[in-house]
Design a protein around this ligand. Structure first.
Ligand code: NAD
Length: 497
């Protein structure tokens, strides 16, 4: 891809084209035909992206063609050669860390530490898949022992083809790296559609990838909202869709993909639990609850927004939790000691506040909340809220709020805690805080979640696959499973005669 990201020196505003396909920009970032991009901390417009329907429809179709044309060349390279490009991308992201982190802070209002962690995650992901590319056994055909000595069997993994990658706005660096790195490692070419709210981050990343040596047409990018995403999903030349977003849109993606039996990976919503047993280190449990519920202003698929606390320690937990939430510094990203930033947009804040009001109207009560200071007057900030003992039918207990709202409920027995935690159709993650190893094992086996953390914060490693049960999605990203999700498994049986 050619350089496509422009930051105008006079006011720093970003201008994004409608699409970048095989190195060519489409659309001139015509403000009149575009949508604005905001700074979430101040509400001010910091840039524009072209959003002309007809151009984007055309661009999306051409993007798929470009990815097809580049496919043969890219997938016929050796895995080592693809791995070298991935390694170079990781090194280039590391070298450009400051710019990427600053753009994340600017667009989403993430505190500097969180924005920087996202960059580190992307670097680690590209390094990990570069390492996998060095293991040729993951790509080469191998022989299978068969119970018939007149034949031999061969097994082979090969690139699935053109992958459409559709990502949300809450971790733009991270969700994009989790898709692009394994897709390129497998030998796929991709068309990426970033979220319309945070696309400058991916445009910057795309520029870095181009400079790192990704050949033209291997990574293509189209801007737009749901309508462009739907076009990509429906396009007959797309072989695989990897989608991260809401369960509601995930359903539509899966339905559309069924038409051509496209391969799908869906990373969707969650309503995860954090369980605090009576034997837990309560200070530590509170730290995990604050991180699990309010990191990224609660805009996390893995938010442990249902905190389930043993009766015996409930009062102590709530007292320390209240002090911790009241002490949170909610402020723009560069503020000293900032602990929580704004929500991503005005619309997202209105959505979260409407859900909160609905929950309160249905009988939930606020136990305590954090405070905003004057620096938060302009942006899309919202104070963190903790709701105590909501009814299990209350919307705040049942639905993904995707904002800084946590519920706390008490329990008496482990069976009760497990039943409460599993009382959801989602199944992304869970956290258990306990000093009892036996209990930890029982919880780990009983909780319906793709990943269970015991006494740890939400640690994520590229080696550990990510994904959920039930309404949280289908398939896994990261780890070897992440690579395999961009490969087709094929076999051949050959007569020895
Ligand atoms: P969203 O579903 O509204 O949008 C996600 C992406 O899909 C965006 O790029 C959007 O433009 C696109 N899109 C919208 N309609 C489409 C359609 N019909 N066809 C194809 N694409 C379409 O989600 P969001 O509001 O951007 O993100 C929040 C959601 O993402 C939450 O539900 C959260 O739990 C989920 N999420 C999940 C994970 C995970 O790993 N499981 C990670 C991050 C976010």
């Amino acid at each position: 891809m050619a350089t496509q990201f422009e930051q105008r020196p006079e006011d720093g505003s970003v201008m994004l084209p409608a699409a970048t396909i095989a190195g060519t920009r489409y659309g001139a970032s015509n403000r009149e035909a575009g949508n604005a991009i905001h700074n979430a901390s101040t509400g001010e417009i910091i840039g524009w992206q072209e959003h002309a329907d007809a151009a984007q429809v055309d661009a999306a179709v051409r993007a798929v063609r470009a990815a097809r044309a580049a496919l043969d060349a890219w997938r016929s390279r050796t895995p080592e050669s693809r791995g070298n490009v991935l390694r170079k991308i990781a090194e280039s992201i590391a070298a450009d860390r400051a710019r990427l982190s600053a753009m994340q802070q600017r667009v989403s209002g993430k505190p500097a530490l969180e924005a920087d962690t996202d960059v580190s995650d992307a670097i680690a992901t590209f390094h990990y898949y570069a390492d996998l590319c060095a293991d040729t056994s993951l790509f080469a055909a191998d022989t299978l022992a068969l119970p018939d000595d007149t034949v031999t069997g061969e097994r082979q993994y090969e690139a699935v083809g053109v992958a459409a990658l559709i990502v949300p706005w809450n971790f733009p660096m991270v969700t994009t790296a989790w898709k692009i790195a394994p897709a390129l490692a497998a030998g796929c070419t991709v068309v990426l559609k970033p979220s319309e709210f945070t696309s400058p981050v991916e445009h910057l990343l795309a520029e870095i990838m181009t400079a790192a040596g990704v050949p033209d047409g291997v990574v293509n990018l189209v801007n737009g909202g749901g309508e462009v995403g739907a076009l990509l999903v429906a396009h007959p030349l797309v072989d695989k869709i990897s989608f991260t977003g809401s369960t509601a849109v995930g359903r539509k993606v899966m339905q559309a993909a069924a038409q051509d039996m496209k391969r799908v990976t869906l990373e969707l919503g969650g309503k995860s639990a954090l369980i605090v047993r009576a034997d837990a280190d309560i200070e530590h449990a509170v730290a995990l609850a604050v991180g699990g519920a309010f990191t990224n202003a609660g805009q996390m698929c893995s938010a442990t927004s249902r905190v389930i606390v043993h009766d015996d320690v409930y009062r102590k937990f709530m007292a320390i939790f209240e002090a911790a939430v009241r002490a949170l510094v909610i402020a723009p990203p560069q503020t000293e000691n900032v602990s929580m930033g704004p929500l991503v947009s005005l619309a997202q804040r209105a959505r979260v506040q409407a859900l909160l009001e609905q929950g309160l109207a249905d009988g939930a009560t606020i136990a305590f909340s954090g405070a905003l200071d004057n620096a938060c007057a302009q942006g899309f900030f919202m104070a963190p809220v903790v709701v105590a003992e909501p009814n299990t039918a209350n919307v705040l207990w049942t639905d993904e709020v995707f904002g800084p709202v946590a519920c706390v409920k008490s329990f008496r027995t482990d069976d009760e805690a497990i039943a409460l935690a599993n009382d959801t159709r989602y199944g992304l993650v869970a956290t258990v805080v306990t000093r009892d190893d036996g209990a930890a094992r029982r919880y780990r086996n009983a909780l319906r979640a793709g990943l269970v953390w015991i006494n740890t914060p939400q640690l994520i490693f590229p080696q550990v696959s990510w994904g959920g049960l039930g309404l949280s999605g289908i398939g896994r990203e990261l780890g070897l499973a992440g690579l395999r999700s961009y490969q087709e498994l094929r076999h051949c049986i050959v007569s020895r005669g």
